[in-house]
Design a protein around this ligand. Structure first.
Ligand code: ATP
Ligand SMILES: Cc1cn([C@H]2C[C@H](O)[C@@H](COP(=O)(O)O)O2)c(=O)[nH]c1=O
Length: 213
């Protein structure tokens, strides 16, 4: 066995954080990454839409320009294709872990659940862009949209196109996430986001240790 073969690390784990806007997922990504790093593993944190130079430009359009729902879905998957090619796949292949703020479950929840994109079209795009690849673990932050919108309002910042949507939209997104969690129960762990951050941090640590570390 050559030196490079013996040093080859096992493929990294792909972890995603999901939930409606304001559910609190982004607040926990750095802590999750620190836990993984503490085990001596390399970990990269990234986000969607975004994560590459082109993806970040697409993010600007997606968050601020009105467009047809199918354009929106196609651009989400275009940004994802780039992200997979340039960031996610190379990192996983060399043994690094990737923690991503949203992935295709968000497209299912927002574009199909929220906006009404045909689920068959979603499935075709998902299959085209990432085939059998799915996250090893998805942490779904579940919260009623009324509480999430209060959290966002308390931040006192300008709202993007999705955050400006009505409560009914966010409830449809939430239900679609829960539907997806039922359909992929082996991968998606639901976290009650209506509790103190310290308790949520412990639940995340438990899930990472139980399913990935
Ligand atoms: N458990 C919690 N209890 C109360 N407030 C929280 C909790 N977790 C996060 N917050 C606050 O809620 C707001 C939204 O949190 P965060 O940005 O992490 O949410 P998010 O799900 O990533 O939202 P978005 O998808 O819109 O970026 C922040 O101001 C954050 O401090
Ligand atoms: C990946 C993805 C994202 N969105 C929406 C959801 C959010 O409102 C914004 C940006 O995400 P952030 O967590 O607030 O940074 O984009 C979407 O509609 N579809 C997707 O696939």
């Amino acid at each position: 066995m050559s030196a490079s073969q013996s040093e080859r690390r096992p493929r990294g784990k792909f972890i995603t954080f999901e939930g409606i806007d304001g559910a609190g997922k982004s607040s926990h990504i750095a802590g999750a990454a620190a836990l993984v790093r503490g085990r001596g593993l390399n970990v990269l944190t990234t986000r969607e839409p975004g994560g590459t130079a082109l993806g970040e430009r697409l993010r600007e359009l997606l968050l601020h320009e009105a467009m047809h729902v199918e354009t929106e879905a196609l651009l989400m998957f275009a940004a994802r294709r780039e992200h997979l090619e340039r960031v996610i796949e190379p990192a996983l292949a060399c043994g690094d872990w990737v923690i991503c703020d949203r992935f295709s479950d968000a497209t299912y929840a927002y574009q199909s659940g929220g906006r009404g994109l045909d689920k068959t079209k979603f499935a075709q795009l998902e299959n085209w862009v990432h085939g059998q690849l799915q996250p090893d673990l998805t942490l779904l932050f579940d919260l009623p949209s009324s509480i999430a919108s209060q959290r966002i309002a308390a931040q006192g910042r300008d709202l993007d196109r999705f955050e400006q949507e009505r409560a009914e939209f966010h409830e449809r997104v939430r239900l679609a996430y829960l539907e997806r969690a039922t359909a992929a129960a082996q991968r998606i762990r639901c976290i009650d986001a209506n509790q103190a951050s310290e308790k949520i941090k412990i639940l995340i640590q438990e899930a990472l240790i139980k399913y990935c570390l």
